[in-house]
Design a protein around this ligand. Structure first.
Ligand code: SF4
Ligand code: SF4
Ligand code: FES
Length: 313
């Protein structure tokens, strides 16, 4: 017998959420969604969640199971049991719960809309369709598989502390159009995506890739946008300067010059930004954490330079 510990919330009856336990025998091969349906249909008809396709296509059944977002119809219940034969279910994170496992997707959709998720073509519509080669389509193929389930958005660490961050799903959608050979706004798109709240605010934790049930893999798409932004000379922001400073430091000496990187990332002429580094520098000094003033190259620096040269060719 498995225990389902489900976070319940009905603001019309009780302002605070609470956990309720249900016991259920998990049938062989039953998905988590099958189990939730069984609970709803036989134990408590008021249990509320979204579902539709039951085939990992519509994206509506995403919930948190044992702390991580997933599609309830894509995973077998038995595989999710913890050591106490329990599965803990909660609504997706980073969005406001409405009732039980249903959350308000408004911020998610607002951010998708913000990245202009539609083609802005180069020329007038042709008589027939606009063609792409297989190679051109491959660039946007993975991002096109997103089913808007919100699992990545739920578990994104940056969104937990910064509502302004566009988030992994919107950025994956943005790559779908940044990389589209038929689009005319690539430069404008990467400039917009380099603003605060965009690509450079991602912490590279990779959580969205772990949670994504499709090949969309948002962090991989974010890296692709970063590459396009840098290739298009969109360097006038802290994130791009940081990436370039980091790369140049390794290229020059084989390791990181930790005194130089913060200054280069902030920008030499960004006086308020540079002044903002002073308190951190002083705290580091007091704790004895200031890196050596004279930066030394590693012994194998020639090998590092050779690798960069090969990459540049
Ligand atoms: S890699 Fe970036 S977008 Fe993905 S979860 Fe981490 S912070 Fe969020
Ligand atoms: S990128 Fe993946 S996890 Fe995020 S909404 Fe799309 S399918 Fe879901
Ligand atoms: S019910 Fe459609 S993805 Fe799960």
């Amino acid at each position: 017998m498995a225990t389902f510990r489900i976070k319940r919330f009905n603001p019309e009856k009780q302002p605070e959420p609470y956990f309720e336990e249900f016991n259920l025998d998990i049938a062989d091969g039953a998905t988590l969604l099958d189990c939730m349906n069984e609970i709803k249909w036989t134990l408590d008809g008021s249990l509320t969640y979204r579902m539709s396709c039951r085939s990992a296509i519509c994206g509506s059944c995403a919930v948190k199971a044992n702390g991580h977002a997933l599609l309830a119809c894509q995973r077998q219940g038995e595989h999710l049991l913890d050591n106490d034969d329990t599965i803990t279910l909660e609504p997706l994170g980073n969005m406001k719960p409405i009732k039980d496992l249903v959350v308000d997707f408004t911020p998610f959709w607002d951010k998708i809309n913000k990245v202009k998720p539609y083609l802005e073509p180069k020329d007038e519509a042709p008589a027939k369709e606009r063609h792409q080669s297989q190679e051109e389509f491959r660039i946007i193929d993975d991002a096109s598989t997103c089913i808007m389930c919100g699992a990545c958005y739920s578990d994104c660490n940056t969104l937990e502390v910064d509502d302004n961050f566009l988030g992994p799903a919107a950025l994956a959608k943005a790559q779908r159009f940044v990389g589209d050979s038929r689009d005319s706004k690539t430069l404008q798109r990467v400039q917009d995506l380099s603003e605060p709240g965009g690509i450079w605010d991602c912490t590279h934790c990779g959580e969205c890739v772990e949670r994504c049930p499709k090949p969309a893999r948002p962090f991989d798409r974010i890296k692709e946008i970063m590459t396009v932004a840098l290739e298009n000379g969109v360097h006038n922001n802290n994130g791009a300067r940081h990436a370039l400073s980091f790369t140049n430091s390794v290229k020059r000496s084989g390791n990181l010059n930790e005194n130089r990187i913060p200054v280069e990332s902030m920008g030499f002429f960004n006086i308020p930004g540079l002044l903002s580094l002073i308190p951190i520098g002083l705290r580091m000094l007091l704790k004895g954490k200031v890196p050596p003033v004279i930066h030394h190259s590693i012994d194998e620096v020639d090998d590092v330079k050779r690798i960069f040269k090969e990459l540049d060719q």
